[in-house]
Write a protein that binds this ligand. Sequence first.
Ligand code: ADP
Ligand code: ZN
Length: 525
Amino acid sequence: TTSSSPFVADSPVSYLKHYYGYDRFRPNQEEIIQAILDGRDTLVLMPTGGGKSVCFQIPALMKPGLCVVVSPLIALMKDQVEALHMNGISAAYLNSTQSGREQRTIEDDCLTGKIKLLYVSPEKLLTEAFFIFLKKVKLSLFAIDEAHCISSWGHDFRPEYTQLNVLKKHFQDVPVVALTATADRLTRQDIIDRLELNDPAVFIASFNRTNLSLKVLPGTNRLGQIVRLLQLKPDTSGIIYCLSRKSTESLAAKLQERGFSAAYYHAGMDPEQRARVQEAFLKDDVRIMCATIAFGMGIDKSNVRWVIHYNLPKNIESYYQEIGRAGRDGLASDTVLFYSFADVAMYKEILAENAPANLGVQLAKLERMQQFAEANTCRRQILLSYFSEELPDPCGNCDVCRNPRVTFDGTVIAQKALSAIVRLNEKVPMNTLIDVLRGSRNQTIIQNNYHLIKTYGAGNDLRFEDWRNYLHQLINIGVIEIAYDQHYALRRGILADSVLFGNRKLQLVRPDDAPKPVAEKVKTR
Ligand code: ADP
Ligand code: ZN
């Protein structure tokens, strides 16, 4: 803890100036602080980096008593508390790594009013011993950080959060402020209901980060595409999010081989190693961080110029949070998402295996993410509408706005695909189907005599990636279906018959890098 002569003033902005050194509030901050000072329960939705902390820290400093901050990020508590100490604010955290004596000292300091902010995990908060302590101390405020964890509709559901309703039951007069960076409409209502907030003041800051460009690219030859992107942005810092630990390592190695300043980061590394690469990245000694989503939480680096998603994120909340690590200084920054349908299939497989309690919710969220990636309308409009925010006009700073989609009559393409699917007895997955359509001679084809069917080679005028792109579009409009329970075999969808036998015409969208008539060698993947 830090001792400082207690600062007393009557306006929140003088606290902002005194403790944080900032001259003015950002949008919403002052109103939020006022609501809390008025004793109201409050819900704050603000994107990461928006400045949520001061919203509860300043009321905690201004009100008599102790502010208890509930946070699931035990690993970050120490950093958060240290940052407060640096600003001359007396704060502490309690967790299971501390000895009984240490914990006792902290509790005593809270009782005497020496500590203004106490960070605890929900597990700790819910223990009987802690409740006895809470009953003894004068409380100013409960701040529930990462409040979306309370909702099974949220993307990071933590069952222990659901018991936090005890706060309002036992401490009716202590205001509760719930804060989160990511909550759609349902999650938001769920937070209010589950915490039993009393007529809460709700503040929703804009999620529109206009300085971030949005782009989705097909997930093929990702390394080549990344190298090209990096060559356009020499000497800039950025993060490449990968799904697996192994791929962070191999990608970093490949980039290093090509002369880039790259490192990797994942939760499987020992803490020292992690601290070292993180530090190097913060100091610009390393420019490119190939990382799992473990990287970035609580890291405040303002000049991250780009974020690349090597794999599709699981949901829009995660995607938004991760791209949000770019451009915190407000300068133009780029985000790129590589989209491959294989990622969707893999998530579905993992989800089916683990069968989490909220499986349906997670699948629905994954589907929204997929729709975003496959969209042919302004991506920012889709993104903001997800967070219940309206953007009246297309943004002009996403790949769709920059390259309006060109459609053409794709009926023949659909018919070729469908007739091959029928002749293959609806038994083969996408890659095999494309190989048949393109007339590739590989083992699977020959062993199964697929080269003898009538549509073999009927689609050799299109590249492998183009076929994949068109098949995805056909899946989205319901012409083709994926049989998840049949090893992802493609089969006829509800519109199939009208395309095959009726006279339904179909519009398809040209892939971004439209197919030029290429004389191309047969691809093996
Ligand atoms: P969040 O918790 O919403 O992700 P933080 O509370 O960590 O964001 O704030 C992000 C950054 O913005 C911090 O560096 C913080 O000091 C800074 N910040 C917060 N409020 C202001 C303000 N009014 N003026 C300038 N900077 C601010
Ligand atoms: Zn746009």
